[in-house]
Design a protein around this ligand. Structure first.
Ligand code: SF4
Ligand code: SF4
Length: 137
């Protein structure tokens, strides 16, 4: 079975912030886990952006395991939003997106956002003069 990669956002409730769930993803589900971002406050909520790599069945089982523990798992794409109606295609965000998740469509002259490549670094959020990119991480 092919190896696939999935990017997800985990939200830990306060009682699970110091849990060993990620260790079990690696050990019990044979997944390669890359932490892209983390915001954890002990005894409060924790959020982690993870890249999971492994067999698709193992990723599904790993996600089910996390959910069974009360950890919310969402695809990364749900946490960033580009308001295309308000974007003026100035291109400032393109220069700071090292992942190349943002690009200019030279036919429509509109900015396109490839969610799969975004790692939620927020560089584009801070440079956009119109604040049309929002991250809800
Ligand atoms: S958050 Fe970072 S990776 Fe995602 S589109 Fe913006 S600059 Fe690119
Ligand atoms: S910086 Fe903002 S307004 Fe300019 S192209 Fe990017 S998203 Fe659009």
């Amino acid at each position: 079975m092919n190896t696939v990669t999935r990017r997800v956002v985990l939200t830990f409730p306060a009682n699970l912030v110091e849990d060993t769930a990620i260790y079990h993803l690696i050990k019990d589900y044979d997944l390669v886990v890359n932490i892209l971002r983390a915001k954890i406050i002990p005894k409060e909520i924790g959020r982690i952006v993870l890249e999971l790599r492994g067999k698709i069945d193992n990723i599904k089982k790993g996600v089910s395991y996390l959910e069974s523990k009360g950890i919310e798992v969402k695809p990364l794409a749900q946490d960033i939003y580009l308001n295309e109606d308000k974007c003026v295609s100035c291109g400032m965000c393109l220069a700071v997106c090292h992942q190349k998740a943002l690009s200019l469509n030279k036919n429509t002259w509109k900015i396109e956002f490839n969610r799969d490549d975004c790692i939620l670094c927020e560089q584009c959020v801070s440079v956009c003069p119109l604040k049309v990119i929002q991250v809800t991480f």
